[in-house]
Design a protein around this ligand. Structure first.
Ligand code: FAD
Length: 567
């Protein structure tokens, strides 16, 4: 019997530690094992990832590759530049692969892609081995124990999790890896027989294509930002399993911080260092195992005893929230990241960019605002020039570094949707999708739904003020001074509301509050606020009341499944 010839397909599991799928691959005792990563045009050309996230991904790939080489000098992370759906049918045959192994991914696009690949592999007689390892519990098992429905609260998640069992303890990283086999790229058997292969020009074209599958030098090298056509990244945060494990070790060394962590008490204004772990981008790319994170924290919590925090506020509580969104998406599927066709997301007639009412299609000035204004507000929000320094500082921090604190995300998301601009959450989620290092479709959409009160949370009368919420954490406005340098010399009395500063105070601080931030904002100036926040809050809350059917239907509220309940 031939010994297994295994392709291990790395995707969002760029690590060696605690990888159930990698362990399954090694348990096959393969003769050869190819650790590969395939370029996916869905991400390379279509998806909206910015340069900072690409750099983070490349860091993770490079770090993983050198860890692989440390275990076997003949091996590395081999990068193939072709869509997995078209590449695998050719590659599995050409390399005489017996097993294809990868970690389960329940993201809607990933599921579709993996189905196509798995079908092709099975058709070619290749065994497909898939293991869960991206979440604390297998999201599909959670859904199965929740009657096939999405988990819309932590209580629901935890009650399903109880039936699935305890979070598994992490698995150690392998101590050695098998050699890779040959990697012929002669896929000629797929060239239609009508194409005359004797033609030199055709052969040359094919050679170029093969070379491009293996990279410009034909050595399956990890791509670079230049090759991908990206400018240099601006984020100070670098990726990779080594950094992730070191950062986690540093965090849990501080037992008090780890055991008593309470998310609502961490400051969104704190930077260098930030008040939370900043491990989310590592979790996204799988450079850090979430189970490793969970158990390292849980062990500290148990040893700490009395005084330790508990979910939902605790550090493990944050990881459970992550699982809640993953399981919700696993149940709903592709529609989870949108309102249309998603039965769990409340429809709200947000201002449309076209200035048309979403129900009647007529040009509207409903809710006392021209939709052209809403479009302008969206553009100003997106660029960090709203004239509200707290909002602008957070947005500029996001644009520059790719990460902001959870409550900073709350402020931005509430302000854009039900607490200011009344713009559709999907538009905000798209902006986050471009810029977040940790962009995770399930978590991003789920949290935007939470903040816009379209799912998960419904207390729309609780809004974040762009003035007093920041002041609560950061009286002096240090976060603003860092990211909105135009205002760095302004007296703290005015730092959150610079439009209130008398002209002589503006002069003294070397700034003038004028303009709308769009077009050519003059140097040494900062834009005026784009609206009166107090009035907007009132308008938005009234609009939300209508959207929730409050008032229109007496004391009843229409709930998400279309039925009615007493308020
Ligand atoms: P910590 O507070 O240290 O928490 C530890 C880990 O728990 C995080 O790394 C993260 O994996 C997880 N976690 C914490 N809070 C949440 C949460 N509310 N939802 C899901 N997981 C959580 N998180 C993402 O990972 N990807 C996203 O695309 C994303 N988009 C968001 C969009 C909005 C509008 C909001 C309000 C939140 C979003 N979050 C997202 C959740 C949360 O803000 C980040 O996970 C967290 O701020 C990351 O920082 P940290 O690693 O320091 O978190």
């Amino acid at each position: 019997m031939t010994k297994p010839r295994v392709v291990y397909w790395f995707r969002t599991d760029l690590r060696l530690h605690d990888s159930p799928a990698l362990k399954a691959a090694l348990d096959l005792e393969p003769d050869v094992l190819w650790p590969i990563f395939t370029w996916d045009p869905y991400y390379v050309y279509r998806a909206r990832g910015g340069t900072n996230r690409w750099q983070f991904l490349l860091d993770c790939q490079n770090d993983l590759s050198s860890s692989i080489t440390k275990l076997n000098p003949k091996s590395k992370l081999f990068v193939l530049r072709e869509a997995p759906q078209t590449l695998f049918p050719k590659l599995l045959k050409a390399w005489k692969v017996t097993h294809l192994v990868f970690e389960k991914d329940t993201d809607a696009y990933a599921r579709q892609r993996d189905d196509v690949v798995a079908k092709a592999a099975k058709a070619a007689g290749v065994k497909v081995v898939i293991h869960s390892g991206r979440t604390l519990w297998d999201s599909d098992e959670i859904v199965a124990h929740h009657d096939g429905k999405p988990t819309m609260s932590m209580t629901q998640l935890l009650s399903a999790a109880k039936k699935v069992g305890q979070v598994p303890r992490p698995i150690a990283a392998p101590k050695s890896l098998p050699d890779p086999g040959d990697m012929p790229l002669d896929f000629e058997q797929h060239v239609p027989s009508s194409v005359p292969d004797v033609n030199a020009q055709t052969r040359e074209k094919k050679d170029t294509a093969y070379k491009s599958i293996a990279g410009p030098k034909g050595d399956f090298a990890i791509e670079t930002l230049e090759e991908l056509g990206f400018p240099a990244a601006t984020t100070p945060y670098r990726g990779g399993e080594s950094i992730a494990l070191k950062n986690l070790a540093d965090i849990v060394k501080n037992e008090k911080y780890t055991a008593t962590f309470e998310k609502p008490k961490t400051s969104p204004a704190q930077f260098e260092p930030q008040s939370t772990t900043l491990l989310s981008p590592f979790l996204h790319f799988g450079a850090l195992s979430v189970r490793e994170f969970y158990w390292r924290v849980q062990d500290v919590v148990e040893a700490y005893g009395k005084g330790a925090s508990t979910p939902p506020a605790s550090l493990t509580g944050q990881l459970i929230f992550r699982d809640m969104y993953f399981a919700a998406q696993a149940a709903v599927g592709a529609k989870f990241t949108q309102t249309a066709g998603n039965p769990y997301c409340r429809f709200i007639p947000w201002h449309l960019p076209s200035g048309r009412d979403s129900q009647t299609g007529l040009v509207t000035d409903k809710y006392t605002v021209d939709s052209d204004d809403a479009e302008k507000w969206f553009q100003r929000w997106k660029r960090g020039v709203t004239g509200f320094p707290w909002i602008d500082a957070l947005m500029r921090q996001l644009l520059h570094t790719g990460w902001i604190h959870h409550l900073g995300r709350h402020s931005l998301a509430c302000f854009l949707t039900r607490g200011g601009c009344y713009v559709d959450w999907e538009r905000g989620a798209e902006v986050f999708e471009v810029h977040l290092l940790d962009h995770e479709p399930a978590c991003n959409a789920g949290n935007w739904q939470w903040l816009s009160c379209t799912a998960f949370f419904s207390q729309y009368f609780r809004c974040y003020s762009p003035v007093s919420f920041g002041q609560k954490w950061d009286k002096n406005g240090d976060l603003i001074r860092k990211w909105v340098p135009e205002l760095k010399n302004l007296d703290s009395k005015y730092i959150y509301e610079p439009w209130k500063a008398p002209i002589q105070d503006q002069k003294k601080a070397g700034v003038r509050v004028v303009g709308d931030g769009l077009g050519d904002q003059e140097q040494g100036t900062y834009p005026k606020p784009m609206f009166d926040f107090g009035k907007r809050r009132e308008t938005c809350i009234n609009a939300m009341k209508i959207a929730y059917g409050v008032g229109l239907y007496g004391d009843d509220e229409r709930v998400l499944d279309g039925s009615w309940r007493k308020l």
